[in-house]
Design a protein around this ligand. Structure first.
Ligand code: TXE
Length: 492
């Protein structure tokens, strides 16, 4: 960063092999936050080769579980030591508020602590095969070389959901953060060194996905690819990996319904719908972007939401007065603006927003106003396609069955919210929704101990929880006959 080498390959910090660099832009004001090395595809191939050697010939996969667990704990300690520095780097990189970035670093820490504990208590499973001479057991082994590709909305958080279980399992890896937001991952890589992660176990490259993608994913030396990002990229990676029968887990975002029945607690419903969609300016894979509200309260509910959304204080995430920051880049704002235009031409009713803020102090950043579209229906692209911006669409229902049908009317299936004061109805609706996480009378919360992932085109595989560790493990059944006898099948 800023002259220091940023790629870590085979235990060596290096510049890009062709000397290439990239400017990292602060989305709050368009200034250059840092200049980082931009890896070439040769660098990416070298990183995979280093991870392969470290897995095949290195000590890490055989390192006792207690040592791996202790290392994860040391990493967690260092994250807390450097929390403020990492949080401010994350804010300058992504634009999110400092408060959110601090929460992110705490969450990253909790992921390392969780897997440190989990890997220590996991044990082999004994199987009774009906023969006392046979010891039959099912053991878990590290899956091998992992390629970990992360997006820009929660850069270090998303990467930690991959690196922590991969390390816990005994894998070696290549981490590739988003080229838009690589700074905390570079800083974190230095913490891994300091914590004592052996050389070549974690390799770091950053740069354009289009340039590095093939070297990282169309590569027979890779055993597992964990990817979080957009649907189109996820499809490309899955296709390429299929050629090598490489295991792939993908988390591809969502178009998440937030269903509000008329009997829901009003204040918490308004508040959670607002936070669910406008936090981090909607750049959250589980953002509740589709409000599905019971007709009898819809007008009042939307009016109150609009009144509150207009008061959201937008600004530089480093300013403690800001409640939400800019979009991650000019390019991303252009995508959001195109979606809004599409909504207008499809006939949705613009209630508020639909524009950049007029405050001249925000003119240099990629800010966008909280936007609400009423009278939306399922045929509209703004209802079906992920915008990844501060855009709420409103659909109305009159029956429970209709609410469920609307909630499931999406090709995605990452997350959903349901709000009602009737527990029996709440349970019915929660069970009927085809989404990976469903909140009943809450929204947006998660824990490292519970699985995260999607149904449908939100992806496959799970992160976090015990399944998030199992993704990085192969299962082996060992059948050990302690008193071998001839099988006696063939008599001659
Ligand atoms: O993501 P990409 P983009 C959604 C959101 C957003 C859209 C596109 O709707 O508007 O995706 O965002 C790397 N081989 N989400 O274009 O391209 C890339 O370098 C290998 C949802 O920014 O998917 C980055 O590290 N890797 C989401 C990562 O993929 C490739 C979070 C994600 O970038 C690659 C972000 C290739 N061919 C966006 N091409 C979520 N699920 O939370 C790119 N990459």
């Amino acid at each position: 960063m800023n002259g220091e080498p940023d790629l870590c390959i085979g235990g060596q910090w290096r510049h890009a092999s062709d000397g290439g660099t990239r400017e990292i832009i602060n989305p709050a004001d368009g200034s250059i936050t840092a200049v980082v090395d931009e890896a070439t595809s040769d660098d990416a191939r070298a990183a995979v080769a280093a991870a392969r050697n470290a897995f095949d010939d290195g000590a890490w996969p055989e390192t006792p579980v207690a040592e791996r667990a202790a290392l994860l704990d040391r990493i967690a300690d260092l994250l807390q030591r450097d929390k403020e520095a990492l949080a401010s780097l994350e804010t300058r990189d992504t634009g999110k508020t400092l408060v959110e970035s601090r929460i992110d670093i705490d969450d990253v820490t909790s992921v390392f602590r969780f897997y440190s504990r989990l890997v220590g208590v996991e044990s082999d499973r004994l199987v009774d095969v009906g023969d006392p001479a046979v010891i039959s057991r099912v053991v878990r082994e590290p899956i091998g070389v992992c390629v970990l590709i992360a997006p820009w909305n929660y850069p270090l958080l998303q990467m930690s959901w991959k690196i922590a279980p991969a390390l816990a399992a005994g894998c070696t890896m290549v981490a590739k953060p988003s080229e838009v937001t690589p700074l905390t991952t570079i800083a974190f890589m230095h913490l891994l060194d300091e914590a004592g992660v052996p050389p070549s176990v974690v390799n770091l490259v950053q740069g354009s996905g289009a340039v590095l993608g093939a070297a990282l994913t169309d590569n027979p030396d890779v055993d597992f690819i964990s990817f979080t990002g957009g649907l189109a990229t996820g499809r490309t990676i899955a296709k390429v990996a299929a050629e090598h029968v490489t295991k792939v887990a993908v988390e591809l975002g969502g178009k998440n319904p937030h269903i509000v029945f008329a009997d829901a607690d009003w204040d918490s419903a308004v508040d959670h719908v607002l936070t669910g969609v406008f936090l981090h300016s909607g750049q959250v894979c589980s953002a509740g972007t589709r409000l599905i509200v019971e007709e009898q309260i819809a007008d009042d509910f939307v009016a109150e939401l609009a009144a509150r959304a207009e008061k959201i204080r937008i600004g530089d995430g480093m300013n403690p007065a800001s409640e939400t920051g800019p979009l991650v880049s000019e390019q991303h704002r252009a995508k959001v603006e195109a979606h809004v235009q599409q909504g207008i031409s499809d006939g949705a009713k613009l209630v508020i927003g639909g524009a950049r803020p007029s405050d001249p102090a925000l003119a240099k950043g990629s800010f966008y106003l909280p936007t609400i579209f009423d009278r939306c229906d399922r045929s509209m692209r703004i209802v079906q396609e992920e915008t990844f911006g501060p855009i709420l669409t409103v659909e109305r229902f009159t029956t429970e069955a209709e609410a469920i049908a609307l909630g499931n009317d999406t090709e995605y299936g990452l997350a959903a919210g349901v709000r009602t004061s009737d527990p029996a109805r709440g349970e019915r609706v929660v069970r009927a929704l085809r989404h990976g996480t469903v909140w009943l009378n809450d929204f947006g919360y998660y824990t490292a101990a519970a699985e995260w992932g999607g149904f449908g085109k939100s992806g496959n595989g799970r992160e976090l929880g015990p399944t998030g560790l199992a993704e990085y493990q192969e299962i082996k059944h060992i059948w050990h006959n302690t008193a071998p006898q001839p099988a006696g099948w063939f008599k001659g």
